[in-house]
Design a protein around this ligand. Structure first.
Ligand SMILES: Nc1nc2c(c(=O)[nH]1)N[C@H]1C(S)=C(S)[C@@H](COP(=O)(O)O)O[C@H]1N2
Ligand SMILES: [Mo]
Length: 334
Protein backbone atom coordinates (compact mmCIF):
# COMPACT_ATOMS: atom_id res chain seq x y z
CA UNK A 1 0.00 0.00 0.00
CA UNK A 2 1.62 3.27 -1.09
CA UNK A 3 1.76 6.08 1.46
CA UNK A 4 -0.93 8.62 0.68
CA UNK A 5 0.19 12.20 0.60
CA UNK A 6 -3.16 13.72 -0.16
CA UNK A 7 -5.97 13.23 2.32
CA UNK A 8 -8.89 14.04 0.12
CA UNK A 9 -11.60 14.15 2.70
CA UNK A 10 -9.72 16.69 4.76
CA UNK A 11 -10.02 19.28 2.02
CA UNK A 12 -11.54 22.51 3.31
CA UNK A 13 -14.69 23.83 1.61
CA UNK A 14 -12.71 26.49 -0.27
CA UNK A 15 -10.89 23.72 -2.12
CA UNK A 16 -14.06 23.18 -4.15
CA UNK A 17 -12.83 25.11 -7.12
CA UNK A 18 -15.07 26.25 -9.96
CA UNK A 19 -12.71 24.28 -12.20
CA UNK A 20 -13.77 21.07 -10.52
CA UNK A 21 -17.44 21.87 -11.10
CA UNK A 22 -16.86 22.72 -14.75
CA UNK A 23 -14.91 19.53 -15.30
CA UNK A 24 -17.70 17.44 -13.83
CA UNK A 25 -20.21 19.18 -16.06
CA UNK A 26 -18.07 18.47 -19.12
CA UNK A 27 -17.89 14.82 -18.20
CA UNK A 28 -21.68 14.62 -18.06
CA UNK A 29 -21.97 16.28 -21.46
CA UNK A 30 -19.32 14.01 -22.91
CA UNK A 31 -21.23 10.98 -21.70
CA UNK A 32 -24.39 12.23 -23.40
CA UNK A 33 -22.64 13.20 -26.61
CA UNK A 34 -20.91 9.87 -27.03
CA UNK A 35 -24.17 8.13 -26.33
CA UNK A 36 -22.35 5.44 -24.38
CA UNK A 37 -25.11 2.92 -23.87
CA UNK A 38 -24.37 2.15 -20.26
CA UNK A 39 -24.39 5.77 -19.29
CA UNK A 40 -27.00 7.52 -21.44
CA UNK A 41 -29.54 4.70 -21.43
CA UNK A 42 -28.86 3.41 -17.96
CA UNK A 43 -28.90 6.59 -15.94
CA UNK A 44 -32.58 7.36 -16.14
CA UNK A 45 -33.20 11.01 -15.75
CA UNK A 46 -30.02 12.05 -17.52
CA UNK A 47 -31.71 12.90 -20.82
CA UNK A 48 -34.62 14.74 -19.31
CA UNK A 49 -32.33 16.54 -16.92
CA UNK A 50 -30.23 17.79 -19.81
CA UNK A 51 -30.54 21.54 -19.79
CA UNK A 52 -31.14 21.80 -16.07
CA UNK A 53 -27.70 23.34 -15.83
CA UNK A 54 -26.35 23.56 -12.34
CA UNK A 55 -29.61 23.35 -10.43
CA UNK A 56 -29.27 20.26 -8.22
CA UNK A 57 -32.97 20.25 -7.36
CA UNK A 58 -33.89 20.30 -11.06
CA UNK A 59 -31.68 17.30 -11.77
CA UNK A 60 -33.21 15.46 -8.85
CA UNK A 61 -36.80 16.18 -9.86
CA UNK A 62 -36.11 14.91 -13.38
CA UNK A 63 -34.65 11.71 -11.91
CA UNK A 64 -37.59 11.20 -9.54
CA UNK A 65 -40.00 11.53 -12.48
CA UNK A 66 -38.46 8.39 -13.97
CA UNK A 67 -38.07 6.37 -10.78
CA UNK A 68 -40.06 3.11 -10.86
CA UNK A 69 -40.71 3.35 -7.10
CA UNK A 70 -41.81 7.00 -6.95
CA UNK A 71 -45.36 5.98 -5.94
CA UNK A 72 -43.94 4.83 -2.57
CA UNK A 73 -42.99 8.41 -1.56
CA UNK A 74 -43.42 10.17 0.76
CA UNK A 75 -43.57 7.31 3.29
CA UNK A 76 -45.21 7.64 6.69
CA UNK A 77 -42.94 9.07 9.35
CA UNK A 78 -42.01 6.97 12.36
CA UNK A 79 -42.51 9.45 15.18
CA UNK A 80 -40.23 7.65 17.61
CA UNK A 81 -37.06 9.25 16.27
CA UNK A 82 -37.15 12.94 17.07
CA UNK A 83 -34.52 15.59 16.50
CA UNK A 84 -33.03 18.26 18.76
CA UNK A 85 -32.28 20.57 15.81
CA UNK A 86 -33.89 21.72 12.58
CA UNK A 87 -33.68 19.60 9.43
CA UNK A 88 -30.85 20.52 7.07
CA UNK A 89 -31.92 22.31 3.87
CA UNK A 90 -32.24 19.72 1.05
CA UNK A 91 -30.05 21.75 -1.29
CA UNK A 92 -27.22 21.70 1.28
CA UNK A 93 -27.42 17.96 1.92
CA UNK A 94 -27.50 17.02 -1.77
CA UNK A 95 -24.57 19.22 -2.83
CA UNK A 96 -22.03 18.51 -0.06
CA UNK A 97 -21.09 14.86 -0.25
CA UNK A 98 -18.44 12.27 0.36
CA UNK A 99 -18.51 9.74 -2.48
CA UNK A 100 -14.89 8.97 -3.37
CA UNK A 101 -15.87 6.92 -6.42
CA UNK A 102 -16.76 10.25 -8.04
CA UNK A 103 -13.90 12.34 -6.67
CA UNK A 104 -11.98 13.11 -3.50
CA UNK A 105 -13.83 16.32 -2.69
CA UNK A 106 -17.28 17.46 -1.62
CA UNK A 107 -18.51 18.79 -4.96
CA UNK A 108 -19.24 15.49 -6.73
CA UNK A 109 -23.00 15.86 -7.13
CA UNK A 110 -22.89 16.52 -10.88
CA UNK A 111 -20.34 13.77 -11.59
CA UNK A 112 -22.57 11.33 -9.70
CA UNK A 113 -25.46 11.92 -12.11
CA UNK A 114 -23.67 9.39 -14.35
CA UNK A 115 -24.44 6.54 -11.97
CA UNK A 116 -26.94 4.27 -13.78
CA UNK A 117 -29.65 3.59 -11.20
CA UNK A 118 -31.44 0.89 -13.21
CA UNK A 119 -31.10 -1.96 -13.82
CA UNK A 120 -29.68 -2.55 -10.33
CA UNK A 121 -29.45 -5.76 -8.37
CA UNK A 122 -28.47 -6.67 -4.83
CA UNK A 123 -26.60 -9.91 -4.22
CA UNK A 124 -26.91 -11.55 -0.81
CA UNK A 125 -24.28 -14.20 -0.18
CA UNK A 126 -21.76 -15.74 2.21
CA UNK A 127 -23.04 -17.54 5.29
CA UNK A 128 -26.74 -17.62 4.35
CA UNK A 129 -29.20 -20.44 3.76
CA UNK A 130 -29.57 -19.56 0.05
CA UNK A 131 -27.41 -16.99 -1.74
CA UNK A 132 -29.49 -14.88 -4.12
CA UNK A 133 -29.57 -11.83 -6.34
CA UNK A 134 -32.66 -9.63 -6.30
CA UNK A 135 -33.85 -6.81 -8.47
CA UNK A 136 -33.77 -3.51 -6.59
CA UNK A 137 -37.43 -2.64 -7.29
CA UNK A 138 -38.57 -6.04 -6.09
CA UNK A 139 -36.48 -5.54 -2.94
CA UNK A 140 -37.79 -2.03 -2.25
CA UNK A 141 -41.40 -3.23 -2.61
CA UNK A 142 -40.84 -6.21 -0.35
CA UNK A 143 -40.42 -4.14 2.83
CA UNK A 144 -42.76 -1.30 3.87
CA UNK A 145 -40.95 2.03 3.69
CA UNK A 146 -40.97 4.50 6.56
CA UNK A 147 -39.48 7.95 7.13
CA UNK A 148 -37.13 8.64 10.04
CA UNK A 149 -35.53 11.90 11.11
CA UNK A 150 -31.94 11.17 12.12
CA UNK A 151 -28.82 13.11 12.99
CA UNK A 152 -25.85 12.30 10.74
CA UNK A 153 -22.22 12.88 11.70
CA UNK A 154 -19.14 12.62 9.47
CA UNK A 155 -15.81 11.86 11.13
CA UNK A 156 -14.55 15.14 9.61
CA UNK A 157 -16.88 16.96 12.07
CA UNK A 158 -19.56 18.15 9.66
CA UNK A 159 -23.10 17.08 10.48
CA UNK A 160 -26.65 17.23 9.19
CA UNK A 161 -30.17 16.29 10.27
CA UNK A 162 -32.23 14.62 7.54
CA UNK A 163 -35.43 12.68 6.89
CA UNK A 164 -34.37 9.31 5.47
CA UNK A 165 -36.81 6.88 3.86
CA UNK A 166 -36.11 3.18 4.14
CA UNK A 167 -36.77 -0.07 5.94
CA UNK A 168 -35.11 -1.72 8.95
CA UNK A 169 -31.91 -3.59 8.13
CA UNK A 170 -33.13 -6.20 10.65
CA UNK A 171 -35.94 -7.12 8.21
CA UNK A 172 -33.44 -7.71 5.44
CA UNK A 173 -31.22 -9.80 7.71
CA UNK A 174 -34.18 -11.99 8.71
CA UNK A 175 -35.14 -12.39 5.07
CA UNK A 176 -31.54 -13.31 4.15
CA UNK A 177 -31.62 -16.19 6.70
CA UNK A 178 -27.98 -16.03 7.89
CA UNK A 179 -26.48 -19.24 9.25
CA UNK A 180 -25.74 -19.47 12.97
CA UNK A 181 -22.03 -19.13 12.18
CA UNK A 182 -22.45 -15.62 10.67
CA UNK A 183 -21.02 -12.92 12.93
CA UNK A 184 -20.67 -9.93 10.61
CA UNK A 185 -22.50 -8.33 7.71
CA UNK A 186 -20.50 -6.62 4.94
CA UNK A 187 -21.72 -4.04 2.41
CA UNK A 188 -20.06 -3.60 -1.00
CA UNK A 189 -20.54 -0.55 -3.21
CA UNK A 190 -20.85 -0.71 -7.03
CA UNK A 191 -17.56 -0.82 -8.92
CA UNK A 192 -17.59 0.25 -12.58
CA UNK A 193 -14.70 2.30 -13.95
CA UNK A 194 -16.84 3.39 -16.95
CA UNK A 195 -19.17 5.21 -14.57
CA UNK A 196 -16.94 6.73 -11.90
CA UNK A 197 -13.43 8.17 -12.32
CA UNK A 198 -12.31 7.29 -8.77
CA UNK A 199 -11.65 3.67 -9.72
CA UNK A 200 -8.69 4.84 -11.78
CA UNK A 201 -7.12 6.02 -8.51
CA UNK A 202 -5.71 2.60 -7.93
CA UNK A 203 -4.21 3.41 -4.53
CA UNK A 204 -7.70 3.21 -3.07
CA UNK A 205 -8.77 -0.29 -1.96
CA UNK A 206 -11.95 -0.51 -4.08
CA UNK A 207 -14.72 -1.36 -3.80
CA UNK A 208 -15.85 0.91 -0.98
CA UNK A 209 -16.78 -1.53 1.74
CA UNK A 210 -17.74 -1.58 5.39
CA UNK A 211 -19.46 -3.85 7.87
CA UNK A 212 -21.25 -4.31 11.17
CA UNK A 213 -21.72 -7.06 13.70
CA UNK A 214 -24.98 -8.95 13.31
CA UNK A 215 -26.13 -7.44 16.63
CA UNK A 216 -25.50 -3.92 15.28
CA UNK A 217 -27.28 -4.77 12.05
CA UNK A 218 -30.29 -6.09 14.00
CA UNK A 219 -30.51 -2.91 16.12
CA UNK A 220 -33.74 -1.01 15.49
CA UNK A 221 -31.87 2.13 14.38
CA UNK A 222 -30.07 0.43 11.48
CA UNK A 223 -31.85 1.43 8.31
CA UNK A 224 -31.57 0.42 4.66
CA UNK A 225 -32.15 3.76 2.99
CA UNK A 226 -33.77 4.29 -0.41
CA UNK A 227 -34.90 7.91 -0.13
CA UNK A 228 -34.50 11.30 1.50
CA UNK A 229 -36.77 14.36 1.92
CA UNK A 230 -39.77 12.31 0.78
CA UNK A 231 -38.22 11.32 -2.57
CA UNK A 232 -36.01 8.52 -3.90
CA UNK A 233 -32.32 9.16 -3.11
CA UNK A 234 -30.39 11.25 -5.63
CA UNK A 235 -27.33 9.38 -6.96
CA UNK A 236 -24.84 11.52 -5.05
CA UNK A 237 -26.45 10.40 -1.77
CA UNK A 238 -26.07 6.70 -2.52
CA UNK A 239 -29.02 5.69 -4.68
CA UNK A 240 -30.60 3.30 -5.01
CA UNK A 241 -29.65 1.70 -1.67
CA UNK A 242 -27.40 2.73 1.24
CA UNK A 243 -27.13 1.84 4.90
CA UNK A 244 -27.54 4.26 7.81
CA UNK A 245 -26.36 3.59 11.38
CA UNK A 246 -26.77 7.05 12.94
CA UNK A 247 -24.67 6.45 16.06
CA UNK A 248 -21.56 5.80 13.95
CA UNK A 249 -19.40 8.09 11.85
CA UNK A 250 -20.48 8.51 8.25
CA UNK A 251 -17.70 6.45 6.70
CA UNK A 252 -19.25 3.31 8.25
CA UNK A 253 -22.29 3.76 6.00
CA UNK A 254 -21.66 2.69 2.38
CA UNK A 255 -23.67 4.12 -0.51
CA UNK A 256 -24.97 2.53 -3.70
CA UNK A 257 -24.76 -1.01 -2.33
CA UNK A 258 -24.66 -3.98 -4.72
CA UNK A 259 -23.77 -6.81 -2.37
CA UNK A 260 -24.41 -7.82 1.22
CA UNK A 261 -22.32 -10.71 2.54
CA UNK A 262 -22.50 -12.59 5.82
CA UNK A 263 -19.21 -13.78 7.28
CA UNK A 264 -17.51 -15.01 10.44
CA UNK A 265 -14.47 -12.75 9.82
CA UNK A 266 -14.39 -9.17 11.01
CA UNK A 267 -14.19 -7.07 7.82
CA UNK A 268 -11.44 -4.48 7.30
CA UNK A 269 -13.14 -1.47 5.80
CA UNK A 270 -12.03 0.84 2.98
CA UNK A 271 -10.75 3.51 5.36
CA UNK A 272 -9.28 1.04 7.82
CA UNK A 273 -7.22 -0.49 4.98
CA UNK A 274 -5.96 2.98 4.06
CA UNK A 275 -5.28 4.27 7.55
CA UNK A 276 -6.01 1.76 10.29
CA UNK A 277 -4.58 3.97 13.03
CA UNK A 278 -7.23 6.61 12.26
CA UNK A 279 -10.27 4.59 11.18
CA UNK A 280 -11.19 1.38 12.94
CA UNK A 281 -14.01 -1.14 12.85
CA UNK A 282 -16.35 0.35 15.48
CA UNK A 283 -16.23 4.11 14.80
CA UNK A 284 -18.96 5.08 17.26
CA UNK A 285 -19.40 8.83 17.74
CA UNK A 286 -17.79 10.19 20.92
CA UNK A 287 -16.93 13.84 21.64
CA UNK A 288 -14.17 12.82 24.05
CA UNK A 289 -12.16 10.66 21.71
CA UNK A 290 -10.39 12.95 19.24
CA UNK A 291 -9.41 11.91 15.77
CA UNK A 292 -5.57 11.71 15.73
CA UNK A 293 -5.54 14.96 13.74
CA UNK A 294 -8.52 16.94 15.08
CA UNK A 295 -10.96 17.26 17.96
CA UNK A 296 -14.41 15.63 17.88
CA UNK A 297 -15.81 17.86 20.67
CA UNK A 298 -18.04 19.90 18.36
CA UNK A 299 -19.63 19.54 14.96
CA UNK A 300 -20.58 21.97 12.17
CA UNK A 301 -24.10 21.81 10.74
CA UNK A 302 -24.30 21.88 6.93
CA UNK A 303 -26.00 24.99 5.63
CA UNK A 304 -26.17 27.07 8.79
CA UNK A 305 -22.57 26.49 9.86
CA UNK A 306 -23.84 26.32 13.44
CA UNK A 307 -21.40 24.70 15.90
CA UNK A 308 -23.00 22.19 18.24
CA UNK A 309 -21.47 19.99 20.93
CA UNK A 310 -20.98 16.44 19.66
CA UNK A 311 -23.19 13.91 21.46
CA UNK A 312 -21.89 10.56 22.70
CA UNK A 313 -23.26 7.81 20.39
CA UNK A 314 -24.44 10.82 18.34
CA UNK A 315 -27.30 11.05 20.86
CA UNK A 316 -28.51 7.46 20.36
CA UNK A 317 -27.07 5.85 23.51
CA UNK A 318 -30.45 4.70 24.82
CA UNK A 319 -30.76 2.48 21.74
CA UNK A 320 -27.21 1.27 21.23
CA UNK A 321 -24.89 1.67 24.26
CA UNK A 322 -25.83 -1.82 25.51
CA UNK A 323 -24.45 -3.38 22.32
CA UNK A 324 -20.96 -2.66 23.61
CA UNK A 325 -21.27 -3.89 27.20
CA UNK A 326 -18.23 -5.93 28.16
CA UNK A 327 -16.29 -5.18 24.98
CA UNK A 328 -13.20 -4.15 26.90
CA UNK A 329 -9.98 -3.71 24.97
CA UNK A 330 -11.83 -2.74 21.78
CA UNK A 331 -11.29 0.66 20.15
CA UNK A 332 -15.01 1.49 20.21
CA UNK A 333 -14.78 5.16 19.23
CA UNK A 334 -12.40 5.39 16.28
N1 LIG B 1 -19.69 4.19 -1.63
C1 LIG B 1 -19.34 5.15 -0.77
N2 LIG B 1 -20.06 5.29 0.37
C2 LIG B 1 -19.75 6.26 1.25
C3 LIG B 1 -18.63 7.11 1.05
C4 LIG B 1 -17.89 6.93 -0.16
O1 LIG B 1 -16.90 7.64 -0.44
N3 LIG B 1 -18.28 5.95 -1.03
N4 LIG B 1 -18.29 8.05 1.99
C5 LIG B 1 -18.80 7.86 3.34
C6 LIG B 1 -18.62 9.05 4.17
S1 LIG B 1 -17.07 9.38 4.73
C7 LIG B 1 -19.69 9.83 4.55
S2 LIG B 1 -19.51 11.11 5.63
C8 LIG B 1 -21.04 9.59 3.97
C9 LIG B 1 -21.54 10.87 3.32
O2 LIG B 1 -22.88 10.74 2.93
P1 LIG B 1 -23.60 11.95 2.18
O3 LIG B 1 -22.64 12.47 1.14
O4 LIG B 1 -24.82 11.36 1.56
O5 LIG B 1 -23.92 12.98 3.20
O6 LIG B 1 -21.07 8.55 3.01
C10 LIG B 1 -20.26 7.43 3.35
N5 LIG B 1 -20.50 6.37 2.38
MO1 LIG C 1 -17.38 10.91 6.43
Amino acid sequence: MPIRRRRGWDLPAHALTPEAAVLDRRRVLAALGLGAGTVAAGAFGLRTAFGQGRDPIGWWEAQVGNDPTRDLYPATRTGTYTLDRPLTEPREAITYNNFYEFGSHKGIWQAAQRLPLRPWTLTIDGLVATPRTVDIDELIRRFPLEERHYRFRCVEAWAMAVPWTGFPLAELVRWAEPLGSAKYIVFDTFQDARVAPGFRQTWYPWPYQDGLTIAEAMNELSLMVTGIYGKPLPPQMGAPLRVITPWKYGFKQPKSIVRISFTDQRPVSFWEKLQGNEYGFWANVNPEVPHPRWSQATERMLGTGERRPTLIWNGYGEYVAHLYDGLTGERLFA
